[in-house]
Design a protein around this ligand. Structure first.
Ligand code: SF4
Length: 340
């Protein structure tokens, strides 16, 4: 069954923080908001979207773009009531939302349970207190741990959102963060390589030389290692990289670094490359042809952007060629190989 999210963006509502990387307006593509009309806006967004979705799709309403559980309580309940109306009618199956670890309490979770919320996406970003401080997140790793345990205790599905290449963050910090998210029982994850948006403190830090956006090779390699942690733990990664909204490269968009909209696919490609290299290491391969069987939909991921993986395999192992075919029985990120 096809799964469809109806995103309802609530940029920066309820969030008194200003994390150094955050420019919610640019990320969500929504700029003008008037609190008085937000419930009407949500209602219209949902009903308009439903008209375009096939009735047999599994549909969810997703409140994204801010810290949902931090918004004014009356407004939050009004939004939840609006969304629940569609759940009760059978038009959508559930509600998901994103929020911060320090805006999770028993009281709030009780309200969310009452209004049919199923998924809570938690902006964890890092489990290093040093990185959290440098990025001015305004909460600690202990807050995240407490929030995750509470969310699981209330039987919500927990989606852990984390970032790579934040100021002060090392690849080892990022692997530890992923491992901690797994340990805390996440049912899914999103991974966002850091992008430098206009009108953010991170843009100023970059100008002052306090932050150097890593090059794409660095981003791809360290984020692939994070993805590998989730894959090994069988925690589904539902998104890698930012939603490529219209404003991502506009005047409010990314102004520095090498952020590429296809970064997610390049990271997946790197995981495949790493796994193939690991399996072939030590074999006699020179002048042979490598035949790879990969899961359905994995041909271009395995080949790599502009065939970079094929080239790396030919150069690294001396293959004459690499040929890829799909086998629907294979699970994602697995492969069979033969040499001839
Ligand atoms: S908590 Fe979220 S919405 Fe608030 S400033 Fe940080 S990233 Fe932006």
């Amino acid at each position: 069954m096809r799964h469809v999210n109806i995103p309802v963006f609530i940029p920066h509502l309820g969030c008194p923080n200003l994390c150094v990387f955050c420019n919610q307006k640019a990320i969500s593509g929504k700029t003008d908001f008037d609190d008085r009309y937000i419930t009407e806006y949500a209602d219209k967004t949902i009903s308009d979207a439903l008209e375009t979705i096939e009735p047999d799709a599994q549909t969810e309403i997703a409140f994204f773009g801010g810290s949902f559980t931090g918004i004014d309580r009356t407004l939050m309940i009004s939004l939840l009531k609006t969304a629940k109306k569609y759940v009760l009618r059978g038009d959508v199956s559930s509600i998901r939302l994103s929020t911060r670890p320090d805006y999770i309490s028993e009281d709030i979770l009780g309200i969310l349970a009452e209004y049919s919320v199923k998924y809570i996406e938690l902006g964890i970003q890092s489990m290093s207190d040093r990185v959290l401080e440098l990025t001015r997140r305004g909460h600690t790793a202990a807050d995240t741990e407490r929030a995750c345990r509470l969310i699981k205790r209330y039987r919500f599905s927990l989606i852990g959102q984390m970032m790579t290449a934040l100021p002060g963050s090392s690849p080892a910090d990022e692997i530890e963060t992923a491992e901690k998210i797994v340990e805390l029982g996440a049912d899914g994850a999103r991974i966002y390589p850091t992008a430098v948006f206009a009108r953010t403190e991170l843009a100023e830090m970059t100008k002052r030389g306090e932050y150097n956006p890593p090059d794409s090779e660095n981003i791809i390699s360290r984020t692939a290692d994070v993805l590998e942690v989730f894959l090994r733990a069988k925690v589904p990664v539902i998104k890698i990289g930012l939603h490529s909204g219209r404003d991502l490269y506009g005047s409010e968009g990314i102004i520095s670094g090498t952020y590429d909209p296809s970064v997610g696919e390049q990271i997946m490609s790197r995981v495949m490359l790493n796994r193939i290299i690991h399996r072939l290491r030590g074999l006699e391969t020179h002048e042979k042809i490598l035949f790879l069987e990969v899961p359905t939909g994995f041909t271009s991921i395995t080949s790599g952007k502009r065939k970079t993986n094929k080239t790396a395999l030919c150069n690294g192992f001396g293959f004459r060629d690499v040929k890829i075919s799909e086998n629907p029985d294979l699970r994602p990120y697995t492969f069979n190989y033969t040499l001839s």
